[in-house]
Design a protein around this ligand. Structure first.
Ligand code: ZN
Ligand code: ZN
Length: 355
């Protein structure tokens, strides 16, 4: 087996925060060097996420390592497992996914409570450990996500970040079938997946975005109501009008601007849930304390998802109920993809083949 694993590979690497991303030769860790619990993956493809841009720029309050190999939504095949690995849930030849949470200790307080995203000893893909913008990647047998048959690797890639993130936010929104959920940015990379997961859960969707193309996409995916923010003068009033004056039960807000969050406090009904999902570098939440209390609103920061959330999100997608809209590019084109992403020129998601 090990003869087939090369000693060198191509990776996309950022030398220092803010530097341009470059394609470079990089050593492949040999199977003999893998620690117990580690596995080596031959990558098939990887999605590109807005978070990868923040990681490359180093503009978040929590700093990434440099030099940095980014990427955190990839699919590959297991080609080696570290010697003396105990109770591996995966075997050589399995197809698995790598998500933002590369590995957690499973022993700290947060891990014991199932909050692996907040593990004290966390390893983050493409941030604190090497990410998926590489042809071979060292990952962790207890943390990779098994990819079921029935879903292509390319279609699974973005479920591992965008999909898991919106799925978990909806899952913890304390909504029931028939409840109204508002999805600002519903036509975007996270939003179009959120519409589908919400429909799968039996929720009634109010999609907010701009333009005819996004309206058609949201409607085709099952959004019951549509608000075009470029034309609607009063989004709060419109949400209330669409919900018999009572407001929505939940909102999953993925946008970077603070206005999307403050509006939600106003258009949610009593005991509504504001699920905050976006990770803007600087924006603050300017909510009315009076109405947050008076309306018994819950503001819930929902950060990606744990291993179980990932398994659920990928299985729902593999059943055919949720489909990611993506365009294929090549790893060697990543510099251009970053440019397009920074300029907001990418609709849906981009998935890279490993060439
Ligand atoms: Zn991401
Ligand atoms: Zn932990």
């Amino acid at each position: 087996m090990s003869q087939q694993i090369p000693t060198s590979q191509k990776v996309a690497i950022v030398a220092s925060s803010g530097a341009r991303v470059q394609i470079k030769d990089h050593p492949v860790k040999s199977p003999e060097q893998l620690a117990p619990g580690e596995c080596l993956l031959k990558m098939h493809c990887t999605g590109v996420c807005h978070t990868d841009l923040h990681a490359a720029m180093g503009d978040w309050p929590v700093k990434p390592m440099t030099p940095l190999i980014g990427g955190h939504e990839g699919v590959g095949t297991v080609v080696a497992i570290g010697k003396n690995t105990e109770r591996s849930p995966i075997k050589i030849g399995d197809r698995v996914g790598v998500k933002w949470i590369a590995d957690s200790c499973r022993d700290c307080e947060q891990c014991r409570k199932g909050h692996e995203q907040n593990c004290e000893n966390i390893k983050i893909s493409g941030y604190t450990v090497d990410g998926t913008f590489s042809q071979y990647l060292v990952s962790y047998v207890h943390s990779v996500t098994p990819i079921p048959e029935g879903i292509e690797s390319e279609a699974a890639a973005s479920i591992l970040c965008a999909g898991v993130t919106v799925y978990r936010a909806l899952k913890y929104s304390e909504t029931s079938p028939g409840d109204w959920v508002v999805l600002p940015g519903a036509g975007g990379g996270l939003g179009h997946l959120a519409v589908q997961y919400a429909r799968y859960m039996g929720l009634r969707v109010i999609a907010i975005d701009g333009g005819e193309e996004k309206r058609e996409l949201c409607k085709a995916l099952g959004a019951e109501q549509w608000i075009d923010f470029t034309q609607c003068k009063d989004i709060v009033a419109e949400v209330k009008r669409l919900t018999d004056g009572r407001g929505a039960h939940a909102a999953v807000v993925t946008t970077a601007s603070s206005s999307g969050y403050t509006q939600a406090i106003d258009y949610l009904r009593d005991n509504g849930h504001l699920m905050a999902v976006g990770l803007p570098a600087k924006a603050t939440l300017d909510a009315s304390i009076f109405f947050t209390v008076f309306k018994s609103i819950t503001i819930h920061g929902s950060y990606v998802g744990n291993r179980q959330d990932a398994v659920e999100a990928i299985n729902i997608a593999a059943s055919g109920a949720v489909k990611c809209h993506y365009k294929m590019r090549k790893l060697s084109e990543i510099d251009q993809v970053y440019d397009d992403l920074a300029k907001g020129k990418i609709a849906g998601r981009v998935v890279l083949s490993m060439e």
